[in-house]
Write a protein that binds this ligand. Structure first.
Ligand code: ADP
Ligand code: MG
Length: 729
């Protein structure tokens, strides 16, 4: 039988782009048709029920039983008209995935007949059998009771005949077991803190929400090739593979034309996304071959996080129709770029003011400056926490690697904004500003938008970059649930704004005028947070040295970087802001360490298996062929000639032997290290052993295999090579 590798290649060459039909040329004709949104609600609910849902969305008030019954009935009527037969509470457990359990809309009546029903109580709350979701020891399995509760701020939607109701997931004792609960709490915290600060400038502000636009990067691999790579199937990444002679050096993939099959896939999932009300807008090729990006228009953070998860799910499903696999892993291929999920983040008021957009008048400039500087200060203060929330086995390959934001947190502002902050700083240290200078400075600030709109000031190496009217948190991994990093960011900024408010009030009590007080506090923050600001190349050697001079942390070890999640400082922060308590943080960290450990464990097993059962037999076979060949040469040539001819071949045989022995030995050692680590009870210690003692073997073993790949007969190599995975389509 020919290798799966060659069968797969033949299959790929026969592929044709699928035909995709648009439901209509106008997206607005079908945008959101599968969503129980405001307009549909108005049609299916009484005015009273509609208002109670809206009030709950805006003010976080509870919806009473009677209203819930009505909403449930309306939802069911709409959903069944659209062909839904089942419903599910859709939630985000602590794995980076979504969970759902489908129930039919039926109940037994007293007389034993089946009736269609969906009551308010089933809409509002459910008890999934959730014992096998990770909780980090918060629930023991025997009291594995957790419940899901309706989140009215994210509208219900229909996928595949199932009405999906976004919910939070909490334990019976009230601890959050999901990503959504703390995100919603962090949004409440920042709403409260930011609204109070806004009142210095604008009395009409009653609400502030974080906005979020997540640019999703991903790789596409043909289904047949994917299945011929057991490492991709089981670990989402290639554990071996020599670099292709050509990969991204020519930079010819970025923004170039999209291949037909890929573009059919994109159109197809975009149509599905629009039906679900996900405003996807931008699609393009990314830097690496077969790497792409999809960016939606930003939305309020909770909705954006839900939509990102839904989008990933959708892409996975639609890809199958096009014989593709989507790889969301942060680093599916060595050497070429990895994938991130750039989180564009800002704050918007109820009257539509983007608090990170530089305004035109002195007043709005000071408002802008206030939110800009407080965000920088928060990132400086909680850099380690922000780093901890994006740490994962997959993202480890990006953070600190040479082509992605490094593990050192820093903020890029661009020349103009930097200059402005420097000016304010100098004026403090050198002399006091005159009132004229101050208003001039404020006016100067007003000139920024025009300059920034040129968009020339981009720094693609910064983990946290100001991009003119928002921050772009670039270090977030492509596969992760963005709720966790955004929760940390919201909470840190909320806490910072509370501090700011307190300091301004204290000065005002000392009779310092309001604007002057704000200025003074901001100046102080600009100076204090200066070490986090960096405008240069984050990938360069110099930055490593400079960052260490500035005492910024650069933790490369993943379990160690996660420790910041449980520091006194973090516990205090989340506690003060009412987002997560100590027990919840401990539970979460345990889950994260557990997932990290298991991922490395699986990778180690898969690599061991492939090395022993796929690679070694292939290498040994080729080696025997060479040995056979040398024997033949010996028969044909006389001694002197044979020596000359065979010497290169003998070297090859030795080289192959060397790799074979090394692979055998290292796989054995790796298994031993795994056994040692597995005997360690404490999860933090175990994770540390996996990271320090097991993980390095993955690289060592791979190195030998990749060398063999270059030597061994191409005809017999069992796994699709990088040049095939990345270029054959
Ligand atoms: P680039 O790749 O150049 O960074 P994209 O156009 O791919 O830019 O993505 C920019 C993202 O930033 C989009 O999702 C966009 O909606 C989002 N964005 C724009 N303004 C804001 C804002 N005020 N708050 C949050 N996200 C925003
Ligand atoms: Mg982009």
């Amino acid at each position: 039988m020919a290798h799966l590798r060659f069968q797969a290649l033949q299959e790929v060459l026969r592929r044709q782009p699928a035909e995709v039909k648009y439901p209509s040329t106008k997206i607005s004709d079908y945008f959101g048709i599968n969503v129980f949104d405001k307009q549909i609600m108005q049609k299916y609910l009484s005015m009273e029920a509609y208002r109670s849902v809206q009030k709950s969305i805006e003010k976080g008030t509870r919806i009473d039983r009677k209203m819930a019954d009505e909403v449930a009935a309306g939802m069911k009527a709409w959903a069944t008209e659209r062909g839904a037969t089942h419903y599910t509470h859709w939630f985000h457990p602590l794995t980076d995935a979504t969970a759902e359990k489908h129930d039919a809309f039926i109940e037994l009546s007293d007389s034993g007949t089946v009736i269609e029903n969906f009551s308010g109580s089933r809409l509002v709350q459910q008890e999934p059998d959730a014992s096998s979701f990770p909780s980090g020891g918060i629930r023991n399995t025997f009291e594995a009771r957790g419940y899901t509760a309706w989140d009215p701020s994210s509208p219900a939607f229909i996928v595949d005949n199932t009405l999906s109701i976004p919910t939070i997931f909490v334990s019976y004792t009230g601890e959050a077991l999901d990503h959504k609960t703390p995100l919603l709490k962090s949004m409440a915290a920042i709403d409260k803190a930011a609204t109070e600060v806004c009142l210095y400038f604008d009395r009409s502000v009653t609400r502030v929400s974080p906005t979020l636009g997540a640019e999703q990067e991903y790789f596409l691999i043909d289904d047949a090739l994917f299945h011929a790579r057991p490492d991709l199937v089981l670990t989402d990444r290639t554990l071996m593979g020599h670099a292709s002679a050509k990969d991204q050096q020519l930079e010819d993939h970025y923004f170039s034309s999209i291949p037909e099959r890929v573009s059919a896939f994109m159109k197809d999932y975009e149509i599905e996304a629009y039906k679900l009300g996900i405003p996807v807008k931008t699609r393009h090729n990314e830097v690496a071959p077969n790497q792409f990006e999809c960016a939606p228009i930003f939305e309020e953070a909770n909705l954006a996080a839900d939509h990102n998860l839904l989008l990933m799910d959708l892409m996975n499903r639609v890809a199958k129709r096009h014989n593709f696999r989507v790889l969301f892993h942060e680093k599916p291929f060595a050497v070429v770029n990895g994938s991130g999920k750039h989180c564009n983040w800002s704050l918007v008021t109820n009257n539509g003011i983007n608090l990170l957009a530089p305004g035109k008048t002195p007043r709005t400039n000071l408002l802008f400056l206030t939110f800009l500087v407080n965000t920088i200060k928060a990132v400086h203060e909680y850099a380690d926490l922000l780093r901890a929330t994006i740490a994962s086995a997959g993202n480890a390959h990006r953070l600190g690697g040479n082509e992605a934001p490094p593990a050192i947190m820093s903020v890029f502002l661009g020349a103009k904004v930097s200059e402005m902050l420097d000016l304010i700083e100098q004026n403090v240290t050198d002399r006091k500003m005159t009132p004229d200078e101050k208003s001039e400075l404020k006016l100067n600030i007003g000139k920024i938008p025009r300059i920034l709109l040129d968009n020339t000031d981009r720094n693609r190496t910064s983990p946290f970059a100001f991009t003119g009217n928002r921050f772009e948190y670039r270090a977030v991994g492509a596969s992760s649930n963005i709720a966790a990093p955004i929760t940390a960011l919201n909470t840190a900024v909320a806490d910072q704004l509370v501090k700011f408010n307190g300091e301004v009030k204290a000065l005002m009590r000392k009779k310092v005028k309001k604007d002057e007080a704000i200025f003074q506090v901001l100046r102080k923050y600009i100076i204090e947070s200066k070490p986090i600001r960096f405008e240069g190349n984050n990938y360069g050697e110099e930055w490593l040295k400079e960052a260490s001079r500035r005492k910024l942390s650069n933790i490369l070890d993943i379990p160690e970087s996660m420790d910041a999640y449980l520091s006194e400082k973090t516990i205090g922060l989340f506690d003060r802001q009412g987002v997560l308590d100590k027990r919840e943080l401990e539970g979460r960290n345990e889950v994260r360490l557990e997932i990290y450990t298991k991922k490395i464990q699986i990778e180690a097993r898969v690599l061991g298996d492939l090395a022993i059962n796929h690679i070694l037999p292939t290498a040994i076979k080729y080696q025997s062929d060479l040995v056979e060949n040398v024997r033949g040469l010996k028969d044909v040539f006389d001694e002197a000639e044979f020596r000359e001819i065979a010497s290169a071949r003998l070297d090859r045989i030795r080289e192959i032997s060397g790799h074979i022995s090394a692979i055998k030995a290292k796989v054995r050692e790796m298994v031993e290290e795994r056994k040692k680590a597995n005997r360690v009870e404490n999860i933090r210690e175990r994770a540390g052993l996996y990271s320090r003692q097991v993980y390095p073997y993955l690289e060592l073993i791979r190195d030998h295999i990749d060398h063999l790949e270059l030597i061994v007969d191409n005809e017999t190599w069992p796994l699709p090579k990088y040049r095939e995975l990345l270029f054959v389509r």
